[in-house]
Design a protein around this ligand. Structure first.
Ligand SMILES: NC(=O)CC[C@H](N)C(=O)O
Length: 211
């Protein structure tokens, strides 16, 4: 968003971070982003996508998000923006949406893609529906206490993607749960639910570097 002062002079270009609002915990992400000083907007239509400089894809249900993205003619515009380098962060269902390949998807389930990784849906959910674990994250000063809800895990990452975070405790210790590839970031867990803004702040640094 280009900002003008009262006389119409250009003062600064402040990136607006969109939150994909087809389904999922949109409000919680907006709250954390805004607490970190970001300007946010909801994205449900292609015109709204055009007006944002970055995008957060919330947790929820990836099969529903995929179907609604098709219905609202958003899937191709989302793919195009990601290909053009728009910074995007996906949490849980959002991680699934950013994966190039998924396992245990619904019949015909499509993603936006962009991160060279294989993500297994509901992987942790086969053990327990939800749990908490510390995550060791590259780029963060100390472990992140993370909440997982019917969460995916990352089976493998390709050469271009960086396994940024791994579960540090419990049965799933060592599993990849955070990945970065260029301007794209994905986590299996829900940092918007725990009151620790460091993942969102990390993403906003990525947005700043890209703009
Ligand atoms: N909390 C979540 O976002 C769960 C993700 C969900 N299991 C899915 O497949 O999309």
């Amino acid at each position: 968003m280009v900002q003008l002062d009262v006389k119409g002079w250009f003062v600064a270009a402040v990136p607006t971070v969109g939150v994909l609002a087809l389904q999922g915990d949109v409000r919680e992400h907006r709250r954390v982003l805004e607490s970190c000083g970001a300007a946010t907007a909801v994205v449900r239509r292609p015109e709204e996508l055009e007006r944002v400089q970055a995008l957060v894809i919330p947790g929820g249900e990836s099969t529903t998000m995929w179907r609604l993205a098709r219905t609202f003619d958003l899937l191709e515009p989302l793919r195009k923006r990601v290909e053009q380098g728009m910074p995007a962060y996906g949490s849980c269902a959002g991680m699934i949406m950013l994966a190039d390949r998924i396992l245990d998807g619904a019949a015909g389930q499509e993603t936006i893609g962009g991160i060279d990784m294989v993500v297994r849906r509901n992987a942790f959910g086969r053990q327990v529906d939800s749990f908490e674990s510390d995550v060791e994250m590259g780029g963060l000063d100390r472990p992140f206490h993370a909440v997982f809800i019917r969460a995916p895990w990352v089976e493998s990452v390709g050469a271009g993607a960086d396994a940024l975070g791994r579960a540090a405790s419990g049965d799933s210790a060592g599993r990849i749960v955070a990945v970065r590839q260029g301007n794209l970031l994905a986590t299996s867990f829900h940092p918007e639910l725990t009151g620790d803004p460091r993942i969102h702040a990390y993403f906003l640094e990525m947005v700043k570097e890209a703009s």
